[in-house]
Design a protein around this ligand. Structure first.
Ligand code: ADP
Ligand code: ASP
Ligand code: MG
Length: 455
């Protein structure tokens, strides 16, 4: 049994929905299909909420346009016998959405909870529509099984509960294809609508695949596979035919948007292969992600980058005590739910740096000030400071340490083009060399690193 996930770009237009239908209807057996909202709709839902809550009447026009987009698709794609029912279900959701916007317009405010409710309508509507386009398919409301819990200030999947509820909701062997919305969820305690984070439909699909022990998770998107780098930045990027779970996990956590980062772990854990495929070009072979990739490429598997990165630097003699400063900083970040990209020590050992998302940097600095309070008092730590507007590049391949001198070669390549490498993590990971560069040089640096690895 397969789980197939179709992203916004695969459900955005009548043409892409025709491809989706051809792909699923020709499988020859029922499957689980997870869909995103119509392409661009989640952004539109958010923008409209901002308009309404700031008193901008144009939210009404956006609401009408969003409604019309859904009705047009229903009209073109849903068989006549089901049209009335689907129109009624979608109209009911649109009325609820419209009432929320009217409320925001009146109170001139946008509470976080309202925003979570608003963005859920995209997947709630698209999943009903897709379920009625496919042959022998039925709709399943993902709000009934996808549960989250609070982790620091985030909503994260409540794995055990969700696993049980998926098993209860979807009985095997499937007699019909099941279509459900990705991304959306409910808090397990408050029952309020939440979500798994932007791009989270991939994760919904992975959690379902893992619970049901699927044979394969297919992620259908708008590119021919996982590429050697972001094709929007690197025009010469090419499709990778095979890679390992770990390589894909590393590339995605360092910015490869093609899969939402938490997606890989649940299927990796169950050893369920992932295929990345193109809805607009279904005959392309795509990328197969498994626990081994047959052969290692001569240079690296892929390179990716994350902008909006910051570094928190801890200066002072303590920085030379690498083991202690490493473990205390890592633990302090982990205790506070902050994920970091890398830690780096310059050779002279007078400063120690952590690179992390810019949005977490101020809090990370406060946490480290607290952690190193005794050393700040004794003078072993002299300063803790934040540097913003950086980017981190990641160069990924299993056994990357076997490529001798790669880190130094990449630093030279960047410095030759006057890009200052602010930090490097080389040797700490079996799979990744990460480099921190100024944010304004991010795309140029990615191109240089990609060329150095593939030309
Ligand atoms: P979907 O709506 O299908 O979830 P996304 O926009 O989330 O699609 O992800 C697909 C996009 O990811 C591609 O269109 C591509 O521009 C971008 N991307 C970034 N890095 C990579 C990469 N290494 N390989 C392939 N695509 C990538
Ligand atoms: N619709 C959501 C988003 O745009 C989730 C997803 O597409 O995966 O972020
Ligand atoms: Mg996506």
């Amino acid at each position: 049994m397969k789980v197939l996930k179709f992203g916004g770009t695969s459900v955005g237009t009548v043409a892409s929905l025709r491809n989706l239908k051809a792909i699923v209807d020709s499988l020859g057996e029922p499957a689980v299909v997870v869909v995103s909202a119509l392409g661009g709709l989640t952004d539109k839902l958010i923008a409209t909420a901002k308009d309404a809550s700031s008193g901008n009447e144009s939210y009404k026009e956006s609401m009408t346009a969003m409604a019309q987009r859904h009705f047009d698709i229903i009209n073109e794609m849903v068989p006549d016998a089901a049209k009335e029912g689907v129109n009624a279900q979608v109209s009911e959701l649109l009325e609820q959405l419209s009432a929320i916007y009217t409320g925001l317009f009146l109170i001139r405010d946008l509470p976080e909870k309202s925003l979570s409710q608003i963005v859920s309508f995209g997947e709630r509507m698209s999943s009903i529509i897709v379920a009625n386009i496919l042959n022998n398919a039925t709709h399943l409301d993902s709000l009934t099984f996808m549960k989250t819990e609070k982790w620091f200030n985030r909503d994260i999947a409540s794995r055990e509960l969700t696993d049980q509820l998926i098993k209860q909701a979807i009985k095997l062997p499937l007699v019909k294809t099941i279509v459900t919305g990705g991304f959306i969820s409910k808090d397990k305690d408050s029952d309020e609508i939440t979500n798994l984070g932007r791009g989270g439909s991939d994760y919904t699909a992975a959690l379902i695949a893992a619970s049901l022990d699927a044979d394969l998770l297919e992620i259908w998107t708008d590119v021919d596979g996982f590429m050697t780098s972001d094709p929007r930045i690197i025009k010469s990027a090419s499709v990778i035919d095979r890679m390992t779970f770990i390589e894909s996990m590393e590339l995605c956590s360092y910015g490869a948007k093609v899969i939402y980062p938490p997606t890989i772990y649940p299927v990796f854990h169950k050893n369920i292969p992932i295929k990345i495929l193109n809805t607009h070009n279904p005959s392309a072979p795509g990328t197969l992600i498994t626990d081994h990739a047959q052969s290692l490429p001569s240079c690296v598997r892929g390179v990716s980058s994350v902008k909006n990165t910051a570094m928190v630097m801890v200066s002072g003699s303590l920085a030379s005590n690498i083991a202690q400063i490493n473990s205390r900083s890592y633990n302090a970040m982990a205790r506070n739910g902050i994920s970091i990209f890398l830690v780096a020590q310059p050779e002279n050992g007078v400063a120690f740096s952590i690179a992390l998302p810019q949005s977490d940097a101020m809090r990370a600095a406060e946490i480290l000030e607290d952690e190193f309070k005794p050393e700040l008092n004794s003078g072993e730590v002299t300063r803790i400071e934040v540097e913003d507007n950086l980017a981190v590049l990641a160069v990924v391949r299993e056994s990357i340490k076997e490529i001798k001198g790669l880190g130094a070669r990449l630093v030279n390549t960047l410095q030759r083009d006057s890009i200052s490498v602010r930090a490097i993590s080389d040797g700490a990971s079996e799979t990744t060399i990460a480099l921190v560069v100024p944010g304004q040089d991010a795309d140029h640096a990615l191109a240089l690193v990609h060329d150095a690895c593939y030309l």
